[in-house]
Design a protein around this ligand. Structure first.
Ligand code: KIV
Ligand code: ZN
Length: 508
C-alpha cells in the first residue's frame, strides 16, 4: 500500500484571507459540505481570535463536520489565541489546534521586532504545550520556513516535536523557495530532527512564483504526508497550492511518488464553481484541471489528434474531475421536490416550508426568464438571496437609458435601513458610471471602485450575468460585492450596493 497523503483544506482560512474573498458563516457551511463530499482529511475552519464572527463560524463548521474529518482552528503562539481555539472546538469530536511562530530572519527581525531564535523557540514550545491541554492533535507551523536557514528551522521543529506537536507544518509563506531546495529542506528535517518519523510532516506553500504545486510535490517526494491547499488555489496574494492540482498530480504519478490521497476527484468541478461563485474570484479559463478550457482542443492538429486517440493531447479523462459529467437541468416545470433535492445535494439548507416557498418563488421567477436552470444558476440564486437577507440598503428599481448619441442616464430607487425609499438620477460616461453615481447620491459612502467585472454564469444569451466589484474605503480596506441578474445593469447595481453594505458594516 502506498503512503496516504492527507489533504488539509484551508480555503475557509487562508483562502478567505485574500482581500475581497470573505465568506459569511452560511457560505462557509455550504463550502464545508462540498469539502466533505470531496473527502478532505482536515478542514481549517478559521482563526477564532480574529473576530466573534470567525469564532462562531469555527463552532458551526465543527458541528457540521462532526467526526467526518478533523476540524482545525488557527492561532498565533499567544495564550489567548490558543484558549479561543480550545473554546471554539470544545464540542468537536476531532479537534486540531494549529499554532506557531515565525522562524526566518526576516520574520524575527520585523514581525517579532528583533526576537531571537531562542526566544521564538521558547514561545513555540509554550504554545504547543498549552494547545495540548485542549487536544492531543496539535499542529505546529514555523512561519516563513522557506526563507529560514535549515539548521534554525530544524532546531525549532525539534523543540516543537519534543513539546508534543503531532503535525509539523513547513510553510513557504512567501512562495520564495525553489521546489528542489524546498524538497532538500524536508529531507534535511527528516535526517536531523529526532522523533520526526512519529509525526506528520505537512507542507503549506504559496504561489508567489507560480510554483505552489511544484513545491508541495517536492515536499511529498521528500517525505511530507500532508498537503495544505485550497480550492482553485485561493489564498493570500498569489494564492495557495491548488487542491485539484496536487491531488490529480498524485493520481497521475502515484506510483513514482509511492503516494495516494482519499479524495473523490469527481467533485472538483463542482467545488471549483461553488468557491468561485461564493467568493467572486473567477476561475481563469486556462486554469489547470478546472478551467473551462482545461479539456478543450482548438487547433486543427490537436482536434485531429484527440479524435484519433484521446490521450494524444489529453492526460486526464475530463469525467474523472466532474467535467462533462451529467448536468441536471431544472425548468419552470420542475416541482418543489426536484428543487429541494437539488439544492440539498448542492449543500444548501432550505429551511422550513415557508422559507423554502420563498426560494421556490425566486426559482420560478428565474426559470420564467431563463428556460434551463443549471447548478451554477442555483448557486447564483442562493448567493443573491443570502446577500439580500441582511442588506442595509436594498435596490428597489433601476432605469437606464444609454446608447449613441444619448447621454447615459440612470435613475435608481433604493430603500435605506429604515425602509424609506429614495430616488436619485445621474448621468455619466456610460451606464455603469451613471448608475454608480446615482447610488452614491443616496448611500453617500466614501470609496473608490477598484475592480469591476462581469461574467456569464452559464452559456447562452439568456444567461445570468454575475457582476463582481471591489471597492476601497477611505482607510484602504477592500470590500467585495456581487450581484446576479439576467440584466447586467441590475446585477451591477446590486453588486455595488452589496459592497457598500459590507463596507458600512465593515464586513471583509
Ligand atoms: O502561509 C503561512 O505561513 C500560513 C501559516 C499560518 C501556516 O498560512
Ligand atoms: Zn499561508
Amino acid at each position: 500500500m502506498s503512503r496516504k497523503i492527507a489533504i488539509f483544506d484551508t480555503t475557509l482560512r487562508d483562502g478567505e484571507q485574500s482581500p475581497g474573498a470573505s465568506m459569511n458563516t452560511q457560505e462557509k457551511l455550504v463550502v464545508t459540505r462540498q469539502l466533505l463530499r470531496l473527502g478532505v482529511d482536515v478542514i481549517e475552519a478559521g482563526f477564532p481570535i480574529s473576530s466573534p464572527g470567525d469564532f462562531q463560524s469555527v463552532q458551526r463548521i465543527a458541528a457540521e463536520v462532526g467526526d467526518r474529518a478533523v476540524t482545525c482552528a488557527l492561532s498565533r503562539a499567544v495564550d489567548k489565541d490558543i484558549d479561543e481555539c480550545g473554546r471554539a472546538l470544545a464540542d468537536c469530536p476531532r479537534p486540531r489546534i494549529h499554532t506557531g511562530i515565525g522562524v526566518s530572519p526576516q520574520h524575527l527581525k520585523y514581525k517579532f521586532r528583533g526576537m531571537s531564535l531562542e526566544e521564538a523557540i521558547d514561545r513555540g514550545v509554550h504554545a504547543v504545550k498549552r494547545a495540548r491541554k485542549y487536544t492531543d492533535d496539535v499542529e505546529f507551523y514555523a512561519e516563513d520556513a522557506g526563507r529560514a536557514p535549515f539548521e534554525d528551522l530544524a532546531r525549532m521543529i525539534q523543540a516543537a516535536v519534543k513539546a508534543g506537536a503531532t503535525v509539523v507544518n513547513i510553510p513557504d509563506t512567501t512562495g520564495y523557495e525553489m521546489p528542489w531546495v524546498f524538497g532538500e529542506r524536508i529531507k534535511y528535517l527528516r535526517e536531523h530532527v529526532d522523533g520526526i518519523e512519529d509525526v506528520t510532516i505537512s507542507v503549506h506553500c504559496h504561489n508567489d512564483l507560480g510554483m505552489a504545486t511544484a513545491l508541495a510535490m517536492e515536499g511529498v517526494r521528500n517525505g511530507a504526508t500532508q498537503i495544505e491547499c485550497t480550492i482553485n488555489g485561493l489564498g493570500e496574494r498569489a494564492g495557495n497550492t491548488a487542491m485539484e492540482e496536487v491531488v490529480m498530480a498524485i493520481k497521475m504519478h502515484g506510483e513514482e511518488l509511492d503516494a495516494h490521497t482519499d479524495i473523490n476527484p469527481s467533485e472538483f468541478l463542482q467545488a471549483s464553481r461553488l468557491v468561485s461563485s461564493i467568493t467572486g474570484f473567477p476561475v481563469p479559463p486556462n486554469k489547470a484541471i478546472v478551467g473551462s478550457n482545461a479539456f478543450s482542443h482548438s487547433s486543427g492538429i490537436h482536434q485531429d489528434g484527440v479524435i484519433k486517440g484521446r490521450d494524444t493531447y489529453e492526460i486526464i479523462d475530463p469525467t474523472l474531475v466532474g467535467a462533462k459529467g451529467s448536468s441536471i437541468v431544472l425548468s419552470a416545470r420542475s416541482g418543489h421536490a426536484a428543487l429541494r433535492k437539488r439544492l440539498e445535494d448542492l449543500g444548501y439548507e432550505v429551511g422550513d416550508k415557508e422559507h423554502f416557498d420563498k426560494i421556490y418563488r425566486d426559482f420560478l421567477d428565474l426559470a420564467d426568464r431563463k428556460k434551463e436552470v443549471m447548478d451554477e444558476d442555483l448557486h447564483s440564486l442562493m448567493g443573491e438571496r443570502a446577500r439580500n437577507e441582511d442588506a442595509l440598503y436594498t435596490l428597489k428599481a433601476t432605469q437606464i437609458s444609454c446608447g449613441q448619441p444619448l447621454t447615459p442616464t440612470a435613475t435608481v430607487t433604493i430603500a435605506d435601513p429604515e425602509g424609506h425609499e429614495h430616488i436619485a438620477c445621474e448621468y455619466g460616461t456610460g451606464p455603469i458610471d451613471a448608475l454608480y453615481k446615482a447610488i452614491d447620491k443616496i448611500v453617500k459612502a466614501d470609496c473608490d471602485l477598484s475592480e469591476y467585472s462581469v461574467q456569464s454564469v452559464t452559456r447562452g444569451i439568456d444567461a445570468l450575468g454575475e457582476v463582481t466589484v471591489r471597492i476601497m474605503s477611505a482607510d484602504g480596506e477592500v470590500y467585495s460585492g456581487r450581484g446576479s441578474e439576467c440584466d447586467i445593469t441590475v446585477s451591477s447595481a446590486k453588486a455595488y450596493l452589496n459592497a457598500l453594505n459590507r463596507m458600512i458594516r465593515k464586513e471583509h
